[in-house]
Structure formats: C-alpha cells, structure tokens
Design a protein around this ligand. Structure first.
Ligand code: CA
Length: 700
C-alpha cells in the first residue's frame, strides 16, 4: 500500500466527504443519482447508458480535454472509470487503484496491492483489471493473485483482505467485483492453465465468505459442501472421463456477474473448458455443464435457478463471460448477450429460455441455432479433435466479442458491440506432449506451435487484411444489425451510450470517437496517441458533463497476435486517464517518438532439428506473452531485438534460472531443459533474420 497525496483529501469537492456512503442496492437499482457513474456498468442493469444530455449529437463537436493523468503501468488498461460523490476511481495493471478529484484532477490516493511480478505468467491475457465496486463508503477490488480487498473509499486505507483462491493454483482475478445485499461477489480466471471455476460471495463488512458456486462438478465425485452441490450432481452426467479430472475443467467466471433486482436473481457468465480440446477434456462426450453458459443463481444463497448453455461441449475457448445487459423487450424481461461464439442471444430472464440467437459477426463453427432445442447447428469440421484435421475457425479464441463492454440505448433500442473479425487455426495435438498438461504455459490440448504464420510476406499481408474489427449496432427486436462501422483492425474499445443520442468508442488505432446512436454517423473524433481498450463512462458535476476513459495497448490480442496485429503495434502503449468536457482546452503532452524495433540478431546457427524444437516450445510456452512468430505487441519485450540472443549465458539465466522473475519472466526449468532453451533462442534468431529481410514487404 502506498499513499500518494494524503493531504489532498481535504481539498476534494465538498461532496467528497460522502465518498459513496449512499451507494447501496436501492441506489444501484435506480441508476444512481442520475449524474454519477457508481458502478462499472453504471447500475445493476449494466446497460452502460447515461441519461445525461449536455454532451449530445448537437454539441459533441465542442468536446475537448478537461484534464488527464498519466498512470504508471503501460500495459492493458481495461477499467471503466467509476465516479461517485466527486471522486473518480480507476484501476490499472497489477490491480492498482487510483482515486482522483473528478473535477480538479487532483490525485487523492492510490493503492498498490503489491502483487508479485511472478504472478504475471499465470495471467492468460495480461495483468489487467477491469475496475472497482463501491458500496456504503467501501471500495472493493480483486487482485491478480486472488485476493479480494476492501478499502475505505475516502482514504484508500485497507479495511480487509481475503484470499479467494488456492494460491498454489494458477487462478487470477481481473474482473470487477459486484455488490448485492451487502455481499461482494467475485469470480476468477485461469482456465487456459488448469483450474476449476467458481463464484463466491463475501460479507461486505467483514470479508467472511457467505456462499460459493462451482461451475464444474467435483472431479472426485465428492460434495464440496457448497451451494452448487445439488445441481452439480445433475451436471456430472454431462461430463465423461478425461483430463478435466486433473485440470479442474475450467468454467471460470472472470467477468460478467450481474444482479437483477426485478427478479432477485444473479446471472453469471461462465468461461471455456480446461483444456479447450473436448476430446481430451471429456473424451469428446457430453455437454459439460456449465461451461460457456449463463447461469442464474439465488443471490441470497448461491443456489442454482436455471442455465442456458450457449456452446455445448465447448472446444474453441468460446466463453460466455462477456458482459450481460438486462433490458425489457416488448414488456418481457430479457437479457442481452454477445459472447465470443459470434451469436447474439436474447434470453428470457424469468424462464431462462432463449428468445432468439442470431449471428452478429462472421462465424463458421455453426450456421445457427435450432429454434426448438436452442442447440447450435454445428459445422462437423469444427470439432478438430474428432476429424484429426486443423480447422480454420471464425471466431478466434479472442472472440467475435471479448470483454470490451457493449452498451445499450433504450432510446434507440440498439446494442453497441465492439466486434472482432479474426480467424484462428485449431490444430489437433500433433504429439502426445501437446495434449499433456505442464506446470507453465497454456494447457489447451491443441497444437500452438503450428499456429505461427508461415514465412511468406504475401500470406502475412493477407492475414493482416483479413483481421478486422467493427462497431455493430444490433437491434435485438429486429434480430439484425441496424448499422455498423468497419475498422481495419480488431481490439477496439468498449462502448458508452447516452441520452444525447451518442455512442462513444475508442479505437485500436488511437482515436476516441462519437457516433450518432440512431444512425451510426460519425460526429466527432479526437486523436489520443495510443489505443483505447476499456469502455468510457460519463458523469455530471456542478452542471458540467464529463466523459472519462483510459488509453493504452495490451490485453490478450496485443500480447499474442504476432504479425496479424502488426498495424496496432505501430502505436505506443500510453497508460493515461483522459477526461473530456464541452469547450475543454486541455492538451495532451507531445507523443513519445516512434520507436522502431531494431533487429540486430547474431548469426543464425540453429540446426533444422533445433529450429523445429524451438518453434514448438516457443508456441507452447512463449507465444502467448511474446507473440506469434516472436513478433511482440510492444507490451512485453520483443525477443527478436533482445541482446540476450547473443549472450547464451544470460539467455539461460533468464529462461532456466528465472533471473527476471520479478518482472514476470519466471524460470521455465520445469518445462524446458538447457537444450530446449537454446532451441528457442535459435528459433527467435531465425525469426529475427527473416523479419529483418522481409519487413518492408509486410508493412509500409
Ligand atoms: Ca479462455
């Protein structure tokens, strides 16, 4: 814990003394004060729709910078700013929390849970955090290492901290907590490494655990003594013997946890299977409840109420963890969901039955859903473990829609979805080792090494061109897109809708934009020097409306995408909180000079056998942080430019001895011997030479 400016507390707005004490269930159910943004999704319905209209389609061209603040860690900023009682709260990488006076920009306090750097290697998708929850003057944050921490919202002082996960297992927390009935709800991630998912409720006052719901049966067939026990007896019939019995099966609840005050129900979005490969995980048999499902729970006890499984027998990392929005459609209580698998679901909240399921982005794993059984009509080629052949799939594991929040305007009747159009080759295990779980790296029982792009400039250019994004305005009643804006790159930011007939979204290529909510006409844009991942929020204080968002690059796509993500990698990752208002006159500092990666590799000496081994090891253990083909996203070091390539002893001290473990680069001794480490070095040297010779043919 570190204090930045304690004395500034006294200087905050008069309202600061309240610091969220009025935020309770009734407050979140009615949408806060109407001027604040008291929870990441704004209110319990999580529509991310603001009733404010000062910034509107008519005035938006007057938007300018009110203030900005640079943040310390230039990795993925995924947090939606929360504003209540004049204080703006934002979280950053490594689960740090920052509080600012929302008008004057004065930093009030910051909190660093001091997560060990070595935990970073267990974060599939960067060391991110998606925000805080406020409740009766307390602030809650989930730490990457599995702690749930309560702070005094006024001072940032830690009130309590509980370990919500087994520290010996590769669990992480990146999602924002939610608070319901004086209970703090939190899930976790880690399904790529091998964990068993669950969501837990803790007493907001004391941190005492109230209930837990596991999303996957107990592998030993035992009762857990938890709220999930009765339904997991039924769920067990949907699992067959397989590697899930060692891995835990996955099904992590790493983002969406939404409370429905109208029906007193909780909805959780459940993640993918562990490992991905259904053949290895569960012998290729069974739907594997509750993977890739929306599950409704009784918030009082954690007891099961209903579920709908969007992707039965999940095998493509098609999580259902994406944000859930509660709405009313023609008098019917429904929820809207656009999960990774590319289909937009309208689900009746009362019965748990789908109302519709329609493709919102290119998807070739299924053609649609049976309107009676609501099961997907699958493409048989998609089950790569069954055919034994690679399947070039859309969507990719990144998802047609990932965590980037969508928003809903009840005025326009449209849902604004940040869409990714990315292909991915699912390759069955080529060697028995591919399917075996290891202590480090992704354990997905698919071949990751062959996922690197071939050394062919034309192929790479085509892959870059085919990798796109869009903002899709989906009409849930008409079951189709009403309008869309195409982007040349994926991984654009979350969205915010307002009663000013506006949709705000930042782009991966460094603009913050406003569109007309009803027509999609672009009304305004501002260059912001870096990518934008997170969703904006908006609030009004003393008659002035503000729009707040963060910039940076990072997250899963920037870490892993390799050549396919090259266009966004031309931008620096600048960690910054930016706040706008009408007629704001602030200016961002000049952007840093563009840094080109200088490739000066030592002579290539690897034998063909070494290069093949290095490629396989790199794909399995290195590519998920350092990028396919060793093309870094600029968020982690570009190994092709590393001085360690020429220094065998130093390379080994890092890879085998863990010399840089405090920065997250732990020892890989448990999965790689010295010959293996040297093979990886030879492979990276080879990629560096090839890139140096061919760079100009790939990007101008
Ligand atoms: Ca996953």
């Amino acid at each position: 814990m570190r204090w930045v400016i304690g004395a500034a507390l006294a200087l905050g707005a008069a309202a600061t003394a309240q610091t969220g004490r009025s935020v309770d269930g009734a407050y979140l159910a009615r949408g806060g004060s109407g001027q604040d943004w008291p929870a990441v999704g704004r209110d319990y319905a999580e529509q991310r729709f603001s009733p404010l209209t000062q910034v509107s389609a008519a005035t938006v061209n007057r938007l300018g910078i009110a203030w900005y603040a640079d943040l310390p860690d230039a990795r993925g900023q995924e947090s939606t700013p929360v504003m209540v009682d004049g204080v703006l709260y934002v979280t950053g990488p490594w689960s740090k929390v920052f509080a600012f006076d929302a008008v004057s920009a004065k930093p009030l306090w910051s909190f660093d849970p001091e997560v060990a750097g070595s935990k970073g290697v267990q974060a599939c998708c960067d060391v991110v955090n998606r925000g805080v929850a406020i409740w009766k003057g307390k602030l809650f944050v989930g730490a990457l290492d599995g702690r749930l921490i309560a702070l005094d919202a006024r001072t940032g002082r830690q009130l309590w901290s509980v370990q919500t996960t087994d520290p010996a297992k590769p669990y992480t927390i990146t999602g924002a907590p939610r608070v319901v009935k004086d209970m703090v709800l939190i899930g976790n991630g880690g399904a790529e490494f091998g964990v068993r998912g669950y969501v837990s409720a803790y007493d907001a006052e004391t941190g005492t655990r109230k209930w837990r719901f596991y999303t996957v049966p107990n592998a030993e067939g035992k009762a857990d003594g938890e709220a999930s026990d009765p339904i997991l007896k039924q769920a067990a019939a949907t699992w067959s013997p397989g590697q899930w019995q060692q891995s835990g099966g996955g099904g992590t609840v790493w983002d969406a946890i939404v409370y429905d005050p109208e029906l007193d129900q909780l909805y959780i979005g459940v993640g993918n299977g562990s490992p991905w490969n259904h053949g290895v995980r569960s012998g290729g048999a069974g739907d594997n409840w509750f993977l890739s499902s929306i599950v409704a729970l009784d918030p009082n006890t954690g007891a099961y109420k209903w579920h709908y499984q969007e992707t039965p027998g999940e095998t493509w990392d098609y999580t259902a963890t994406q944000p859930i929005i509660l709405a009313n459609m023609a008098g019917r209580k429904v929820l809207y969901h656009a999960p990774k698998n590319g289909f937009f679901f309208v689900i009746d909240r009362t019965t748990g039955k789908p109302v519709s399921a329609d493709m919102f982005a290119p998807a070739n794993w299924a053609t649609g859903y049976d309107p009676v059984t609501w099961r997907p009509l699958e493409n048989p080629e998609a089950r790569f473990y069954r055919t034994g052949k690679p399947f070039l799939a859309a969507p990719a594991p990144i998802g047609a829609h990932s965590w980037q929040p969508m928003s809903y305007s009840p005025v326009a009747g449209l849902v604004y979805i940040p869409v990714n159009e990315i292909g991915f080759g699912y390759i069955p295990p080529l060697t028995p080792g591919d399917a075996q779980p290891r202590a480090l790296g992704f354990n997905v029982a698919a071949n990751m090494g062959e996922g690197a792009l071939p050394r062919d400039p034309a192929f790479i250019r085509a892959a870059i061109a085919a990798t796109k994004g869009a903002l899709v305005a989906w009409d849930p009643a008409a079951r189709k897109a009403r309008w869309r804006v195409d982007y040349t790159t994926p991984w654009n930011g979350g969205t915010l809708a307002t009663a000013g007939n506006l949709v705000f979204q930042g782009t991966a290529l460094g603009e913050f934009r406003a569109y007309a909510a009803d027509t999609g006409k672009q009304l305004w844009a501002m260059p912001v020097q870096s990518g934008v991942l997170a969703a904006p929020s908006t609030y009004m204080i003393d008659g002035v409306q503000y729009v707040a968002f963060t910039t940076s690059r990072g997250g899963a796509w920037d870490l892993t995408s390799g050549y396919a993500g090259l266009p966004t990698k031309q931008l620096p990752s600048i960690a910054r909180l930016v706040v706008l208002k009408l007629d704001g006159r602030g200016r961002l500092p000049p952007p840093p000079p563009t840094e080109r990666v200088m490739l000066t590799p030592p002579a290539a000496t690897g034998t063909p056998a070494q290069l093949a081994q290095g490629k396989a090891l790199f794909g399995r253990y290195c590519s998920v942080c350092h990028g396919g083909n060793a093309v870094s996203g600029g968020v982690t070091p570009d190994l092709r430019a590393s001085g360690a390539l020429a220094d065998t002893a130093f390379w080994k001290s890092v890879v085998i001895d863990g010399a840089l473990h405090e920065r997250g680069m732990v020892s890989f001794r448990s999965v790689m011997d010295e010959a293996g480490a040297d093979a990886v070095r030879a492979y990276v040297i080879g990629e560096a030479h090839w890139a140096k010779a061919n760079d100009g043919k790939i990007m101008n």
